[in-house]
Design a protein around this ligand. Structure first.
Ligand SMILES: [Zn+2]
Length: 391
């Protein structure tokens, strides 16, 4: 994101300060990523002129030629930035153009927003342009060694997903988190030349359906069949691009198959209150699968009774990294419960390893996108109803 410079009279002529110009911000949305939530404190380092202002009023709090390993923490009543105690609940830290800000040891582009939470702790938000964000975010999700057509397809899907979040999160403190809940993001350290090329080659391109930004998403491996979005979320009109389909391209690739096993005692304990009182574990009975083969309902029988779970609750209780998907069979072997499954993740949208498989077979970005999002059209974000010019 290019930024405008303005000069403050109190500073030496060499000090140029960043302000988000409305005209420049309108070229692309800014993204607010919660990189840390509810932490006691952080250390911030900026090796360039920087300033802190109250986020709501714009009132200057402090300005420095640089900041080295200064603490930021919740004070009373507001935030403490280095030696300065302020009454501000939310503070914006800005620096000169293209300078890097470090939170603890990790470098970030853009600006930082520190918020004091009601619990007296700290949330740290990184704010930067969508395209700059994507360079680091894409390399946080997939290897930069992947074929370029797969990286470009993923860049379009990531841009669509995050732009959609920016749209629907307007008015909230942040748009995305930096973990798997939305989109992995490790900041500058994860940026790679090839992911930068993929982002630049697709600049501004998103998926749209019926004239609106698509609520796109992705997962690691669908295990042979992607999932209908309507199985997981309420979707307006059950759109064609978000319907599940058979996927031959991820077969045999990473995360296509998984196994897990645990003791029957640990299994019953993990299921919590609902399984209390059913006694010694006897068997699992899968009651219903959906069209993609994923488990919708499962009954657990014990010596003293049984308990019923939806597939989604069942996976959540056992842990989404242990039970990597809902496409599984389950058996008892002595005192152990054995799972055998396919894929990793919810299965909606782009199958990352399927995209890799398609690109390895010579498919283009457009072919990958139209396979996973049929009827959706790549187009420029600007001009779509979902385009948000600034926060
Ligand atoms: Zn797949």
């Amino acid at each position: 994101m290019k930024k405008a410079f303005v000069r403050f009279g109190l500073f030496p002529a060499s000090f140029s300060w960043v302000l988000l110009s409305a005209a420049i911000a309108a070229e692309e949305p800014t993204v607010r990523i919660a990189i840390l939530q509810e932490v006691p404190s952080v250390r911030v380092t900026v090796l360039a002129p920087c300033r802190a202002t109250d986020f709501s009023t714009g009132k200057l709090i402090g300005q420095w030629p640089n900041l080295k390993w200064q603490g930021v923490e919740a004070g009373n009543p507001g935030l403490k930035i280095g030696p300065i105690q302020t009454e501000s609940q939310t503070v914006l830290l800005e620096t000169t153009n293209d300078s890097i800000l470090r939170i603890d040891a990790r470098p970030y582009r853009g600006d930082l927003i520190f918020t004091r939470t009601p619990a007296g702790r700290l949330t740290v938000i990184n704010r930067l342009g969508l395209e700059e964000y994507l360079v680091g975010a894409l390399a946080s999700e997939v290897s930069s060694d992947w074929p370029m057509e797969a990286l470009k397809a993923h860049a379009v899907v990531s841009r669509t997903m995050v732009a959609h979040r920016v749209w629907i999160q307007k008015g909230s403190p942040f748009d995305v988190t930096a973990d798997t809940a939305t989109h992995l993001y490790y900041g500058v350290a994860s940026e790679r030349q090839r992911t930068k090329e993929a982002v630049e080659a697709t600049r501004g391109q998103v998926l749209a359906y019926e004239g609106e930004l698509l609520s796109a998403t992705f997962h690691a491996n669908c295990g042979g069949h992607t999932e209908d979005a309507s199985e997981l979320w309420q979707v307006k009109g059950d759109p064609a691009p978000l319907k599940g389909r058979a996927d031959p391209y991820c077969r045999g690739l990473k995360h296509f198959r998984w196994q897990a096993d645990l003791s029957s005692t640990a299994f019953i304990n993990a299921l919590g209150k609902t399984a209390e009182g059913i006694g010694d574990f006897k068997e699992c009975e899968i009651l219903e699968r959906n069209a993609s083969g994923r488990v919708r309902a499962i009954r657990i029988r014990g010596a003293g009774g049984s308990a019923l779970f939806s597939g989604r609750d069942f996976r959540k209780l056992l842990g989404s990294n242990r039970l990597r998907s809902l496409n599984f069979t389950v058996n008892r072997s002595g005192r152990r419960v054995m799972f055998d499954g396919f894929g990793w993740g919810h299965g909606v949208g782009l199958c990352q390893w399927g995209a890799y498989g398609m690109a390895r077979r010579g498919k283009t970005m457009d072919e990958i996108l139209s396979f996973y999002f049929p009827s959706a059209k790549p187009r420029n974000l600007k001009g779509l109803p979902g385009f948000v010019s600034s926060n």
